[in-house]
Design a protein around this ligand. Sequence first.
Ligand code: ZN
Length: 470
Amino acid sequence: MSPLSPARSVAPRAQTAPVRPVPTRWAAPGTITPVGTGTGAGATSRPAGRAGQSHSAGGSGGTGGSGHHGPQRDAEQAGGTSSAILAAVASGVATDRATLARRLGLAPSTVTVKVGELIAAGVLAEAGAASATGGRPARVLRLTPGGGCILAAELGRHHARIALLDMSGALVRSADLALDVAAGPEPVLEELVTAWTELRGAIPADAVRAVGVALPGPVSSRSGAVDSPAAMPGWHRFPVGAHLSQRLGLPAVVENDANAMALGECTALATAPPAAEADGTAGAGAPATGGPANLLFVKAGSSVGCGLVLDGRLYRGATALAGDLAHVVVGATGDAPCNCGNRGCLDTVVGGSYILADLRARGIEAHQPLDIARLVGDGDAQATTRVRAAGRLLGQTLSAVVNFVNPDAVVLGGLLSTLEPFVAAVRSQLYENCHPLATRDLRIEQSAAGADAGVLGVGQLALRQAIVAL
Ligand SMILES: [Zn+2]
């Protein structure tokens, strides 16, 4: 098994520690979908522990072509209200029922039902009475110590980022794992399971409520399998969600990596919550928090991908292909052959693997994406020129998308987005080519969530599945 290497130092803390403030996701007006009180498993008491063996496997959001909602999509919506409540409680934005209703724009009766379900399931606990501002004492809610956790992973071609999240969706710790996705689904997923076991450490297996995996390829909206993934030989139509669900006896969610990153970035960009008051409640009347409602996340790594959040929701399109920027045919590519079988795709200029091949063809030693970063960092003229050309073409192509979608933010992630010449080229092309109204208030930023964007996003989806399965 590949050894785990600690990733970014994400303040490892015991599962029982008080939850640190995190941005409240999905809390902006319009981002919450209040659901009927009949969703979920009701208030049946179940101690914190492993979910049953009968969970259906996750699909990619189950957008199901032709507008049908699949089971995962339904669960996402059903779990959305409860996960928003958990996030608000964990961040200190709202820790009593009345404040939750006000801040999340929910009916008090809905909050009462959902909070009751979460308490019965052992995820939330009443931390005793505290005096509200001048009114009668409000019962303060807290995440239950040991109330459960979520395991997430984002797979690349040669590595995986794995993470442990708490039941508010906040990152507890993450790590990097070296693996070769071309080894095929079963050995790779088994490696993942072993790495997750190591990551959770002393946390018992039955505290894990769900798992989520982000994959570098199109994820079928119906089956939760990757569909024709160019970079994942042997994975075509392998039922990743069903396999993991059966292997672990847990709900399992599968999502495209760029989609997961878009969701994760929304979490990271959410406005920091107002400081909690001494009694643990947030300031009344403070502005609602939330990430940008319309966000375009571009992952520029070995390949280029895009995730779209529109009106606070992940947009997957009719067949879950939305955001597939890599294989948009762009005349300026010079009709180069692409690994999808077509010619002239954007990826042949912007994809890291093609940049590496170009540099090697010019006699430069460059074999992995980090080599590009090293060369640019060292001031190599050819590498810098090539990366700048990639940024320019990406910016030109993106400008059509930005005009069309009119997002609040364009977020650049992936290895190339850590390189200044690349980011500067994208930015200048967007400003040059977009309608002034589209860029007037547009935020063009490097990813705030960084390497954790994918695990945060797919962890959020897994959390919603877990809540429904409570
Ligand atoms: Zn292509």
